[in-house]
Write a protein that binds this ligand. Structure first.
Ligand code: AOF
Ligand code: ZN
Length: 367
């Protein structure tokens, strides 16, 4: 790889990255992928004279990959230009039969002249074989272009394969004097309406949302995306001794819900009530895991690539203590509580800060 290639701006790759983001919230556990096909005589023409002849992105899980959508978008009168064109793809074209046929084969079949990518695919089903197949067919291949932005875009996908656990986002709202909840068991609203809505958007972007026993019990959260048009994540609740009452929203069967516990005898009291047979309900899934790490491994086995941890304080702290987190999203809200449950002390480096209604949102990443 040429030095500095990973940061160098390329307008076509920038466009492909932009297209990829349109799949956010809809493609997981697949990565977001974009593809731009440029008639540039295989990179010989200066960029100002090159012309985009096709564009596409991976839109929905299970549906066509980015490369196929880009190829399909090329007008019939332009298809003869493919051998003189470069496909800018944000990820190595796949080489396996999954829900879709291999993109590498399609690019070979349509005789695309050159393929340029941001990242190699860490999925062991692909991992270099896509590039090998293209090269074997005589297609020029370059990778590592805007590599850093590609990794940021699919941080969940890369974390899942490289760290072998889901991507973890810790989220909470605290008052100016550093409390995230009151003294009693009654829930206290800390952040404002706009922040609330943003959290629902975040929920639609992750595979799972996790809460601990106290939060499940005191706040009785629904953990859905009713304030945002998006898919509902899997609900994950840690209920070590299976003490949560069956009438909580969490157990209403409206979304897939996993209950992690350490109780060998699953108590009958914790079974949900019989539901109305007319509605399609998800059965609760109970799993015994002795530690946080085991819980994460179980989630990995289930293909859950990212988890938004919504509290409470003890659960958030345990992720920090174990050093398993990738982002912290903290709302700081005006107002003082004086006493109550102390918010965790933030760690890591500040990567962004912005105002969301009356609340200030700060995002941190590990050092
Ligand atoms: C690509 N282009 O747009 C995407 C790729 O089950 P499948 O067939 O949808 O394959 C999923 C895997 O394919 C996924 O884990 C990742 O390795 C790759 N995703 N590859 O060439 C795309 N979304
Ligand atoms: Zn593919």
């Amino acid at each position: 790889m040429i030095f500095g290639l990973q940061f160098m701006e390329n307008p076509f790759m920038r466009r492909a990255l932009e297209l990829a983001t349109l799949g956010r919230g809809w493609v997981s556990p697949n990565p977001m992928v974009g593809c731009v096909i440029v008639h540039d005589r295989k990179g010989e023409v200066d960029i100002p004279f090159a012309r985009i002849i096709g564009e596409g992105w991976h839109q929905r899980y299970g549906e066509a990959h980015a490369e196929r959508n880009a190829i399909l978008s090329v007008r019939p009168e332009d298809t003869h230009l493919l051998p003189e064109s470069t496909a800018y793809v944000t990820l190595e074209p796949c080489s396996h039969y999954g829900k879709q046929p291999p993109c590498a084969d399609l690019l070979i079949e349509r005789a695309v002249g050159r393929v340029v990518c941001c990242n190699d695919d860490p999925n062991p089903l692909v991992a270099g074989q896509g590039f090998a197949r293209l090269r074997a067919a005589g297609i020029q291949v370059e990778t590592g272009v805007m590599n850093e932005l590609g990794r940021q875009l699919n941080a969940r996908f890369f974390t899942f394969f490289e760290k072998k656990r889901p991507y973890i986002i810790l989220k909470w709202a605290e008052t100016t004097d550093g409390f995230l909840g009151g003294e009693g068991s009654k829930p206290v609203k800390v952040s404002g309406n706009l922040a609330h809505r943003l959290v629902h958007r975040w929920r639609s972007e992750e595979d799972g949302i996790m809460v601990g026993t106290n939060t499940a019990c005191n706040d009785n959260p629904q953990l859905n995306t009713r304030l945002w048009p998006g898919k509902n994540p899997v609900r994950i609740v840690l209920d070590r001794n299976l003490i949560l009452p069956a009438d909580l929203h969490l157990f209403d069967g409206s979304q897939p819900t996993i209950v992690y516990h350490q109780s060998v005898n699953r108590s009958l009291e914790s079974e949900p009530e019989e539901h109305n047979a007319d509605t399609a309900l998800f059965p609760l899934d109970y799993a015994i895991t002795p530690s946080l790490n085991h819980t994460l491994q179980d989630l990995r086995q289930r293909g859950i690539q990212s988890v938004l941890v919504e509290g409470g304080a003890a659960l958030l702290q345990s992720f920090m203590d174990e050093g398993v987190w990738d982002e912290m999203r903290v709302f700081r809200s005006p107002g003082l509580m004086g006493k109550g449950i102390k918010a965790p002390v933030v760690q890591g480096k500040l990567v962004s800060r912005e105002q969301v209604g009356k609340d200030e949102l700060s995002i941190y990443q590990p050092n």
